[in-house]
Design a protein around this ligand. Sequence first.
Ligand code: MN
Length: 228
Amino acid sequence: MRYAIPPPAMPSLPVLGSDARFPVRRIFCIGRNFADHAREMGAAVDREQPMFFCKPADAVVSDGADVPYPSATGELHHEVEMVVALSGGGRDIGTDAAESLIFGYGVGLDLTRRDLQAQAKAKGHPWDVAKAFDHSAPVSALRPAERGRPGPQTRLALTVNGELRQQAVLGSMVHDVPAIIAALSKLFELRSGDLVFTGTPAGVAALRRGDRFHAELEDIATLDGRIA
Ligand code: MN
């Protein structure tokens, strides 16, 4: 294969305990997956049909790297989320088969231009400019599933400048991971290299230049970075 221009680099994430990296194909995100966050946004949880949106693969930012403050917003918000990385995929995946497609787990921030999201909601516009901007997806190194899986009691937390902003246990998710994978696979053919952001609990708030964040998925992964 010869390309007319040099092909762009494949976005990737480090893997804990390995020098091999995980190549990122697509990033899927579920919205409104914790009732307390849906409530703080003035939205309702839909227990039947999850709500999804996407970010581009090259929005990933690796652990420890600076995140540039995005253009065109005065209200950059953090949303701490468990991230699931897939080593397999398919269409119409059953909840029983979903676990076997998981490569590993990490923790990430679904960074959001909240002011632009509010405008989009008011006008009935798509969310892309609010959610899918450059550097909008900082993600930790991934822990392979055979080296530890999170459970319903696993704690998800975010501190900013040492102050606790968000925390929850995964058992309070509205749609669990198999249900998310099953629902997504009815809308998109999932493939190896896909990442799934699984939703944020209450406590979303603004990040400012110079803020240092520390996200943690208990016993699984941590993510540190700074808004530059
Ligand atoms: Mn989110």
